[in-house]
Design a protein around this ligand. Structure first.
Ligand SMILES: CC(C)(COP(=O)(O)OP(=O)(O)OC[C@H]1O[C@@H](n2cnc3c(N)ncnc32)[C@H](O)[C@@H]1OP(=O)(O)O)[C@@H](O)C(=O)NCCC(=O)NCCS
Length: 177
């Protein structure tokens, strides 16, 4: 349940989520185009084919226990998603990289926290020990969420993000799963 009383279903993605996932992803692209300071990279519309390829990869990763993906659904609509990927090589199989997105009208209601808690619990059960992520230094919402979830900065890439003439640091964070 979100802080405004909305009931949300947290679950793994399914093959028949394709249309909803496409809509979700392209909503974020539209938001990014209107607001360049939104701290996400996605800036090109996804075609159905691209989204299908992405979803197929996610479902295969879940079957191999290399991907944790949690989808948040409200009244049949996807409103949030977190994706945590195990790294591929033997020496780093204990490392996972996390990304998270919540639709604008569902932000600041505790959904990001619920998604992260669910993904981190699952990651731990798969033997992922350390979770890393990257965040724009200007992304106060994400920095707030990550800090509240116990993530700590371990470095930053000065000017890792460029938007026109402005340069933004890319902050690297980690926490134990
Ligand atoms: C970052 C994001 C996932 C947070 O999700 P959310 O559902 O709003 O997060 P929550 O409601 O669980 O917030 C948890 C805590 O994070 C912090 N936080 C969240 N939004 C914040 C904001 N706009 N400003 C400052 N702190 C914020 C607060 O500490 C908050 O706790 P509080 O509401 O009790 O004060 C969401 O803003 C989002 O999807 N943004 C666009 C995509 C993005 O930036 N993804 C991350 C890329 S690295």
């Amino acid at each position: 349940m979100l802080t405004d009383g909305t009931t949300v279903l947290l679950r793994a993605p399914r093959r028949d989520d394709l249309e909803q996932m496409l809509r979700f992803a392209n909503r974020l692209v539209r938001e990014k185009r209107k607001n360049a300071s939104l701290g996400i990279l996605m800036d090109k519309r996804f075609s159905r084919k691209e989204e299908e390829k992405f979803l197929t990869g996610v479902l295969a990763g879940i079957r191999r226990n290399d991907v944790v993906n949690v989808t948040a659904e409200v009244n049949g609509k996807i409103v949030g998603n977190t994706d945590l990927r195990r790294q591929r090589h033997n020496d780093v199989l204990h490392l996972g990289r996390l990304g998270i997105i919540v639709l604008k009208e569902y932000r600041r209601k505790g959904l990001g926290t619920l998604l992260m808690e669910t993904a981190l619990e699952r990651a731990e059960s798969l033997g992922i020990k350390l979770v890393t992520l990257e965040v724009y230094a200007s992304n106060e919402a994400a920095l707030g969420l990550y800090t509240s979830m116990g993530f700590r900065e371990f470095g930053r890439l000065p000017g890792g993000i460029r938007q026109g003439t402005s340069k933004i640091d890319l902050v690297y964070m980690f926490r134990q799963a």
